[in-house]
Design a binder for this molecule. Structure first.
Ligand code: ATP
Ligand code: MG
Ligand code: FE
Length: 340
């Protein structure tokens, strides 16, 4: 069965074709990062319009890449939520219109389920059950995954997501949007010895986390250093690198400690890391070296938003494919509410 996957929840338009026998046949992505960069963040109206512009050419490119035609598609999966309402509607309308025209069934997919199952797109993939750490721009959660559709929330960030903390901290260090990945590259050049940032909720005895205070700690440190050195707006380069390193150390320490706790609590031996922060080199190093645990990361291309994970999640839910009719999007949609 050939599933077309459509992702448009935020600032990436992703389209992919997943074949239940032969795996991922094609995927195409357009990122709007450059378009939003001059505003320092995602502008929802611009995002929706750009998704509309990109969906048709990306779908055609996908079919071409896979050597398939519209007639070969058996079902269409799309991101129903959570995300930006207008952006979601662009993808949902496209997917449902195409399904109607082709007379094919439709499968609404939860964006975070897509992220969470994305490590299953690798050759080296986990078996059920496993602990999933979803660590993205909007979410930081631990889930116990017993099977497709069988997810239990173990704990989550009570305020900012880790990716959001990376982006906000990058912004206050003067790095261009979106700064998370850039911050992590500068962290390679830093040493943390001269600074210490808090590890929030490290000892909270549950699997909840908090990252918003970390950004405030960075701000306080920056202001202090500026006052002490009289450097004005431009922080000395090495100090900026050191701040990046210690910030990253703090996030990685918390995520690693909570991951250990989640594995202990469930007794599972496999950890799956998904979402954009899963691309972080230090987090990968730290979680890969947990003793007695097999840690899985999606290929880097599938860490951030993409169509492949939606096509794949859709393929896992083929049994719930249904004819298209009226449809909706769900901008706010906790993963725990998925009822199969
Ligand atoms: P959600 O899936 O929760 O709706 P999202 O789709 O915006 O959020 P993703 O696309 O999965 O999130 O990931 C984007 C986030 O990942 C951004 O916050 C970005 O800064 C962060 N990120 C990407 N690369 C890195 C990196 N190397 N180190 C740290 N953070 C990173
Ligand atoms: Mg994105
Ligand atoms: Fe995402």
């Amino acid at each position: 069965m050939l599933v077309l996957g459509i992702e448009s929840s935020c600032d990436e338009t992703g389209v992919a074709l997943y074949d239940t026998e032969h795996g991922l046949l094609a995927h195409q992505l357009h990122t709007q990062i450059a378009m939003h960069a001059e505003y320092g963040g995602v502008v929802p109206e611009l995002a929706s319009r750009d998704h509309i512009r990109r969906l048709t050419p990306l779908t055609q490119a996908c079919l071409h890449q896979a050597g398939k035609t519209f007639a070969d598609i058996d079902a269409i999966a799309y991101t129903q939520g959570p995300g930006l309402g207008g952006a979601l509607l662009a993808g949902a309308s496209f997917a449902n219109a195409l399904a109607f025209a082709l007379n094919k069934p439709i499968i609404p997919v939860h964006h975070l389920e897509g992220h969470m199952l994305s490590p299953l797109l690798s050759d080296d993939k986990p078996d059920f059950p496993f602990v999933a750490l979803l660590v993205s721009g909007g979410h930081t959660q631990f889930m116990a995954v017993k099977g497709i559709g069988d997810y239990t929330l173990l704990g989550e960030s009570i305020d900012d997501a880790a990716g959001e903390a990376f982006d906000k901290t990058a912004k206050l260090l003067g790095l261009p949007y979106p700064g998370g990945a850039k911050l992590s590259e500068l962290a390679r050049l830093g040493h943390s010895s001269s600074l210490h940032f808090p590890r929030p909720m490290l000892h909270s005895h549950d699997l909840n986390m908090s990252f918003s205070g970390l950004k405030t700690a960075v701000l306080t440190a920056v202001n202090k250093i500026k006052a002490e050195t009289g450097c004005g707006e431009a922080l000395p380069e090495q100090i900026r690198h050191d701040i990046c390193r210690e910030f990253q150390n703090a996030v990685v320490d918390v995520l690693t400690s909570k991951a250990k706790q989640a594995l202990q609590q469930t007794g599972y031996k496999q950890l799956v890391v998904a979402g954009g922060v899963g691309a972080n080199w230090q987090l990968r190093q730290s979680l890969s070296s947990l003793p007695g645990v097999h840690t899985f990361f999606p290929p880097l291309a599938y860490c951030t938003d993409n169509g492949a994970m939606i096509a794949f999640a859709g393929a896992m839910h083929l049994s719930s494919a249904r004819p298209t009719g009226s449809f909706n999007v769900r901008p706010r949609w906790p993963l725990s509410q998925i009822v199969k």
